[in-house]
Design a protein around this ligand. Structure first.
Ligand SMILES: O=C(O)C1CCN(c2ccc(-c3cc(CO)ccc3Cl)cn2)CC1
Length: 317
């Protein structure tokens, strides 16, 4: 049997933080941020953790679809900012909605996380599972160095996800997931110190999110563009890329010679939400009527970021 996306939903923290607000906190400006990144605002938690955001998404998926939690076979959560090492965010979600028939685990693939998790969910349906949830959720605000204007202005918090169901129709047409651990240090975050009395090994200088922007920029322009080119043989209706930077998306559209208006964007009001960015864009586009489930529209989802990881899935809605 095949897998089909039958429902989407999203949840962002209420606290919207504008570029101007950040300009009162650090040496930056709305002009610099919006011209260099396309970001004008982002949502930042004041009392929620990643599991809280993902639980809201899960509850909305059940309400919108009319499905019962007991029908769920699996819950996958893509996140690089889990509440704990264990229990997983996925288990916290499973417990909160009492999906007592579902197994649950997190997937760590940074900004490619949702694409990796959606690919894994599709395989679970193809091998016999009937219904699953795939959620991307982050509270990046807790790993940022808020004194480092080069990263603090880029990221936001949020969560979004989909219901995957068994279907007779084929919707997942092609995919290519990639990684390069030799460029792992281009984007790091959340290093856990070993404070054991026995430990004298090396340790990272900081657990804050650190990024060599230039390297990631170049990686996105080269490896990611090649990946999309390989997957997108024929015409597609829309491309939903990880929302890291508006200029990157413009450059990729030029390199691919695909019209810019086929690239949907929402970093303007979300910032870079890592694993949540693609499902946030998907749900917002469905809500706006740009995308429609069951319409057979052909779309590409492309994630790229820490790991380094990158990957695309070609599917019809
Ligand atoms: O000076 C400038 O123009 C700066 C230059 C540096 N910038 C960057 C650099 C890299 C990213 C980025 C991050 C991830 C991780 O999610 C993935 C993919 C990308 Cl391309 C985002 N912004 C901001 C504008």
């Amino acid at each position: 049997q095949h897998a089909k996306i039958t429902c989407t939903s999203r949840y962002v923290p209420e606290n919207a933080v504008s570029n101007d607000r950040l300009a009162t906190m650090m040496d930056t400006s709305d002009d610099w941020i919006s011209s260099r990144t396309g970001i004008r605002s982002r949502n930042i938690v004041t009392n929620e953790n990643t599991s809280d955001l993902c639980i809201k998404v899960a509850e909305k998926l059940l309400t919108k679809s009319g499905k019962n939690a007991e029908e769920l076979d699996f819950i996958l959560v893509a996140t690089m900012t889990p509440d704990y090492g264990t229990p997983s965010v996925a288990c916290l979600v499973q417990g909160s909605i009492s999906a007592n028939q579902a197994f649950a685990f997190d997937i760590s693939a940074a900004c490619s996380g949702f694409v990796y998790a959606l690919s894994m969910g599709e395989k679970l349906i193809r091998t016999g599972k009937k219904l699953g949830m795939v959620i991307g959720g982050e509270t990046l605000s807790k790993v940022l160095d808020w004194d480092d204007r080069s990263t603090a202005v880029l990221f936001g918090d949020g969560a979004a996800g989909v219901l995957l169901e068994a279907s007779d129709e084929e919707h997942f047409l092609n995919e290519k997931l990639q990684a390069d651990g030799q460029r792992a240090t281009s984007l790091t975050s959340g290093y856990m110190e070993n404070k054991s009395p026995f430990y004298s090994g090396t340790s990272e200088s900081s657990s804050y999110l650190q990024m060599t922007g230039r390297d990631i920029y170049d990686f996105s322009l080269n490896d990611v563009t090649n990946n999309i080119r390989e997957i997108v043989a024929e015409d597609v209706d829309y491309l939903l890329l990880h929302q890291a930077n508006k200029r990157i998306i413009e450059k990729i559209s030029k390199k691919l010679k695909v019209p810019r208006d086929k690239f949907l964007t929402n970093m303007e009001h979300n910032g870079n939400t890592s694993a949540a960015s693609i499902p946030l864009l998907l749900d917002e586009s469905v809500e706006k009527g740009v995308l429609e489930l069951g319409s057979n529209q052909k779309i590409v989802l492309t994630g790229y970021g820490g790991g380094l990881t990158w990957g695309s899935i070609l599917l019809t809605l």
